[in-house]
Design a protein around this ligand. Sequence first.
Ligand SMILES: NC(=O)C1=CN([C@@H]2O[C@H](COP(=O)(O)OP(=O)(O)OC[C@H]3O[C@@H](n4cnc5c(N)ncnc54)[C@H](O)[C@@H]3O)[C@@H](O)[C@H]2O)C=CC1
Ligand SMILES: O=C([O-])CC(=O)C(=O)O
Length: 316
Amino acid sequence: MKVTVVGAGNVGATCADVLATREIANEVVLVDIKENFAKGKALDIWQKAPIIGYDTRTVGVTNDYARTAGSDVVVITSGMPRKPGMTRDDLISINAGIVKTVTENVLEHSPNAIIIIVSNPLDVMTYQAHLTSKLPREKVFGMAGILDTARYRAFLAEALNVSPKDIQAVLMGGHGNTMVPLPRYTTVGGIPVTELIGKEELAAIVDRTINGGGELVNLIGTSAWYAPGAAAAQMVEAIVRDQRRVFPVCVELKGEYGIDGVYLGAPVILGKNGIERIIELQLNDEEKALLETSRGHVKEVMDALDKMSKEQPANA
Ligand SMILES: NC(=O)C1=CN([C@@H]2O[C@H](COP(=O)(O)OP(=O)(O)OC[C@H]3O[C@@H](n4cnc5c(N)ncnc54)[C@H](O)[C@@H]3O)[C@@H](O)[C@H]2O)C=CC1
Ligand SMILES: O=C([O-])CC(=O)C(=O)O
């Protein structure tokens, strides 16, 4: 299996490192526009192989997409991260052009690849990759839900003093302040979380999860990478090993949840064909209302992208 990761910055290099360390692919090609940057990162990861003990070959190139030819899965992390004071949506104009160009280059050499978008604003960059690639929704989707649920699970594990491995959760909606955590679908070793934690403490954890990306931006000065890189690698693993894992993934909804033509996080089964199935939860009225708010927000930003593309066809 061959996997390409575009963008050798914080998230991309971490993703490549997890893919190699866990031998998720035979070969990982790291691409960056910055001269020699990906080459250096890939070489460093390869030099770790004898120490940790793995066989995955990592190779880095400067914008040489011919070297990515025949990739089974491509992860796109290229683009600007936000700084304190910015929202993810503030990145739309710079990252839309990058995601468009990169998607074109990737497809020219790997027409059958499954594409996972990481660049922000996530839901709308996934839409951009779809507009550019014309790939069906099963083959172009975005990473956010695994990260957002991981934050939620980590906070809960800390509060309950239990292993994070035993916390199962799903959340929906856009990757931003309108995301929809679902305490009703959160369990701790099979026990509903509401039996183990008070309402107020749970509400505070939900709130911290919603603002989880911003918390790290304020602490670090740029956005997170360890958990995001690992989350993208986990999606790759589910695909290349045909694991049929159940994950929240950003996907175009086409009638599911009564929503049409909007990219939102929803639980899916991820396997060798990409999205194998979208799971429809029986949301209650309160959850439906939160999802509708999220849909409205993401649709507004998608419309902004469409408008921008008309005004600056380079982003079309
Ligand atoms: N979906 C999610 O949950 C998350 C998304 N992100 C997003 O991922 C993106 C990357 O974040 P970081 O890795 O922290 O940023 P970074 O600045 O460390 O790395 C981005 C890399 O992209 C490269 N790049 C820019 N234009 C390119 C092009 N046309 N072709 C190839 N490479 C290009 C840059 O040279 C840089 O090395 C950001 O947009 C960030 O907001 C970050 C964390 C989580
Ligand atoms: O917060 C950001 O800008 C990066 C991101 O999407 C996250 O870490 O959730």
